[in-house]
Design a protein around this ligand. Structure first.
Ligand code: NAP
Length: 311
């Protein structure tokens, strides 16, 4: 079968594209290898998506509603991991573990993944004290100390979320001023469970079996200082939120990229006719649920126009 539109990735951009493509009666499938929602699946609270006023509603439940909406418009869901793509021909081919999928148009919605902290011991302690998802792993650190690396919106919002579980949350930031939006900063500074290690980066994570020592480096003096877990606790948690990298390896040889991000025009066209990119994988100035959703709507409408033009 040849689909009208195949969407790779079920984050807000891909799901929104699905809603619009399905509503246009395009034969559409969204291919996702993991959980729906992309980055918002890692977010405890979505506060700024227009209309999102339910207190404490998670990113996962917002993504679930978007997915049901797409399915209601007849969009097929495929669980598969795409390993290679052929995007240049009239019929685009996506090769997954379970089979090859063909379509007249493709919407790239592969998103981004958290940047590693870049310290010694990082690989060793991943999943054994080091995490990049507070929603997934915060509860493991109930009553314990937690460190959050980064000074942007993600670091601050997730630090606030982690205070639900942790006895104390220390934000480690490489400068002496946060990057986060002022409204989020206000909440962080008001929270009595949060303190700061300014002008600091993580040099090393240490421990025997579990993470129980963090070595910080002063970004001004280069001085190292070690913080050990309270012996009564035995270990602590470290969460990294220092930004994201685009997930574009899959198509880097065929699609024009800038610093790893897909270059599109304002209507989401890539350099290949019939191929569009939306959401966090795209080069743009504001990566938010609302902008990903808008990208998805535009890309699906453009895909519809392209298919009409083929008739
Ligand atoms: P971000 O805004 O890029 O912030 C990354 C933070 O990590 C910065 O404070 C940066 O320090 C620090 N950092 C970067 N590289 C580092 C390194 N190698 N070592 C130590 N620290 C490092 O990333 P984000 O917070 O994940 O946000 C990404 C995008 O999503 C942003 O556009 C943000 O506005 C958006 N977002 C929005 C919301 C919301 O609106 N509620 C929530 C989450 C994310 P410097 O400040 O010194 O550069």
């Amino acid at each position: 079968m040849i689909y009208d539109c195949l969407i790779i990735g079920a984050g807000p951009g891909g799901l929104s594209a699905g809603i619009y493509a399905g509503r246009n009666k395009l034969k559409t499938a969204i291919i996702e290898q993991g959980q729906d929602g992309g980055q918002i699946a890692l977010t405890a609270d979505i506060e700024n998506y227009p209309g999102q006023v339910l207190d404490g509603e998670s990113g996962i439940s917002l993504a679930d509603r978007m997915a049901s909406q797409a399915e209601r418009f007849g969009v097929e869901r495929i669980k598969d991991s795409i390993g290679s793509v052929e995007l240049t021909g009239d019929i685009k081919k996506l090769h997954g573990k379970k089979g090859t999928y063909e379509a007249k148009t493709v919407i790239l919605s592969t998103g981004a993944f958290p940047k590693p902290i870049g310290c010694k011991g990082e690989a060793e302690f991943l999943g054994r004290g080091l995490s990049f998802c507070a929603t997934c792993d915060g509860a493991f650190f109930s009553g314990l100390q937690v460190f959050v690396v980064g000074g942007g919106d993600s670091a601050c919002e997730e630090a606030i979320y982690l205070t639900k579980f942790a006895k104390k949350v220390t934000i480690i930031h490489r400068r002496d001023e946060l990057r986060a939006a002022k409204s989020i900063q206000d909440k962080v500074f008001k929270n009595e469970k949060i303190d700061f290690a300014w002008n600091s980066v993580v040099d090393e994570l240490k421990g025997d079996d579990v993470l129980n020592e963090i070595v910080l480096k002063d970004t001004k003096t280069g001085e190292l200082r070690s913080i050990k877990a309270d012996p009564a606790d035995g270990f602590f948690g470290v969460f990294g939120f220092i930004g994201f990298s685009p997930r574009s390896d899959l198509f880097k040889d065929q699609i024009t990229l800038d610093n790893g991000y897909v270059v599109t025009d304002e209507d989401m066209h890539t350099n290949i006719p019939g191929v569009y990119a939306v959401g966090d994988v795209r080069r743009k100035s504001l990566r938010q649920v609302v902008t990903a959703a808008a990208d998805g709507a535009i890309a699906a409408m453009e895909a519809n126009k392209y298919i009409e033009g083929l008739k």
